[in-house]
Design a protein around this ligand. Sequence first.
Ligand SMILES: *[C@@H]1O[C@H](CO)[C@@H](O)[C@H](O)[C@H]1NC(C)=O
Ligand SMILES: *[C@@H]1O[C@H](CO)[C@@H](O)[C@H](O)[C@H]1NC(C)=O
Ligand SMILES: *[C@@H]1O[C@H](CO)[C@@H](O)[C@H](O)[C@H]1NC(C)=O
Ligand SMILES: *[C@@H]1O[C@H](CO)[C@@H](O)[C@H](O)[C@H]1NC(C)=O
Length: 625
Amino acid sequence: MAAILGLLPLVLVLVVMADSVSGRFVVEKNSLTVTSPSSMKGTYDSAIANFGIPQYGGSLAGAVVYPKKDNANGCEEFSSGTFKAKPGSIPNFLLLDRGDCVFAKKVWNAQKAGASAVLVADNTDEPLITMDLPHEDGDASNYIENITIPSALIDKKFGEQLKKSANNGEMLIVNLDWREAVPHPDDRVEYELWTNSNDECGLKCDMLMEFIKDFKGVAQILERGSYSQFTPHYITWYCPQAFILSKQCKSQCINHGRYCAPDPEQDFSKGYDGKDVVTENLRQLCVFRVANESKKPWVWWDYVTDFHIRCPMKEKKYNKECADSVIKSLGLDGLKIEKCMGDPSTDAENPLLTEEQHAQIGKGSRGDVTILPTLVVNNRQYRGKLEKSAILKAICSGFEESTEPALCLSSDIESNECLDNNGGCWQDKHFNASACKDTFRGRICECPLVDGVKFKGDGYTYCEASGPGRCRINNGGCWNESQNGHTFSACQESGDVKCKCPPGFKGDGIKKCEDIDECKEKICQCPECSCKNTWGSYECTCSGDLLYIRDHDTCISKTSGASKTTWAAVWVILIGISMAAMGAYIVYKYRLRSYMDAEVRAIMSQYMPLDSQSEVPNHGQETHS
Ligand SMILES: *[C@@H]1O[C@H](CO)[C@@H](O)[C@H](O)[C@H]1NC(C)=O
Ligand SMILES: *[C@@H]1O[C@H](CO)[C@@H](O)[C@H](O)[C@H]1NC(C)=O
Ligand SMILES: *[C@@H]1O[C@H](CO)[C@@H](O)[C@H](O)[C@H]1NC(C)=O
Ligand SMILES: *[C@@H]1O[C@H](CO)[C@@H](O)[C@H](O)[C@H]1NC(C)=O
């Protein structure tokens, strides 16, 4: 049972595991019908894999192909396009042997080679199991998300019949049918998602959160229109009596060992503990309860996605404080939520979590919930990739015919959540700027572009203008002031420092920049000068007839005095330069005139005979001399 959350808890136990007599893990089956050859006609069992995209509500027919001996298990790559159906012909289903590599790898190899579905033949006589994702991510994480074809496990006996028939060269046609995979009794679909708030469990957690974010918009439309009734659930472990006082249970459980979750890093000494995860799971359950009571159950989707974005474990924000800020931004009643959560340190039951543990045990046609995440539609477990369009198909196939909402027929919709409390996103009324955007995925909080200036921030609690043009918006949040026609600003358009007092001022640059009294500093210190401070600068003047030289902080005489000799030297140089320039000009003028004379003559000679024809060819030589 590699498929099941077996290795996670060190001592923790799932209610359904302890109760193994009545506990059942129901394998969801799609119906498989053989239509040719006639000797095999009939319906057979097959178990839908927990990856790839099954066609809920639809069916798919294909010709079964069994590859050559050397790669009958599909663990090696096939050459590309081997199983691609010719245009207009029936698609190919690849039949593969179980074993030697993970299921997902076989299916990925088949998909790459053009197969439309995969049937994996079991290698032992046993009841069918669900083919799940491998536990170790390895290189599987690179392709699992790209598997789009459906696959199913078939039992050993049926597999052997198919192989024999294929080896005999018979035309083998199989129909996979998902139309009855989900019951569809009425015009409302009840569905549940078994999830977890842990965001550091690798590929599975990432795919789950990606799905929740992606599906949020659709889920909220279904819920608002009362087309569906959604309930979130959280798998909860417990600590066996004998271990309640152990270090493991103390760090992984709340309510005295009653409710536990595996340590996110499986290392008790670092990072977050299992009890942090159960506590957040409990908070999310309470968010749903409180939102559901106020007839807005869809707010759960906002809370969960916002919490994931704003309070990730990676940034050490997976805590109550951060959760409270999300609760507040969504306008939820924080006190009610606290009351619902109770005191996790007491030695008493929490009714909500006890209910969750009981809900894990299968009822009716639904088996025990042991795989995380699990989606249950109309009390039937969904198998396949958690992907928006696939799940929407599964949910839509749960409506009684012709009662499905428009959403099931076209998925081109927008929600209008920004109208309500600005969707809990950042806004600045003064600048009419908001981070709330309605999209097909529901509302998202993303800092806007205002007047061509990009805002940056978390989108929830703050956004601020950044980059070129940022000073146009509220002066970039920095100090600015005008006096007597002079304006100074501390806003910096580039660089890391946003606000910096301009030269001549000191201060934080945000609220205050004060004029520096330069006269008090070591400036303007020459004996003949006097200093006058101005706003943002200073003026130095020298007494009498003296001229102030700012660079040297000295006074010099305008007419005579100490620097006479230097002035004389300057004059000598200036005169020298102008004489040289004049000489050059005379030479140039003379050359130009004689050159032009020759040119004019050359041109005129073309129109009228000239007296001295012999001078014309000189033109050519002149340019050389
Ligand atoms: C999976 O799909 C993504 C996006 O289409 C692509 O970038 C990536 O290379 C694919 N991975 C593999 C292993 O083909
Ligand atoms: C949510 O509210 C509906 C009625 O408004 C109720 O039928 C349903 O049981 C509630 N769900 C939960 C989990 O409390
Ligand atoms: C704010 O902007 C929105 C859309 O950009 C516009 O519809 C609305 O009229 C603006 N409000 C004000 C007060 O300018
Ligand atoms: C400061 O900057 C703001 C925004 O650019 C501008 O509206 C305001 O007039 C400026 N104040 C002064 C005193 O210049």
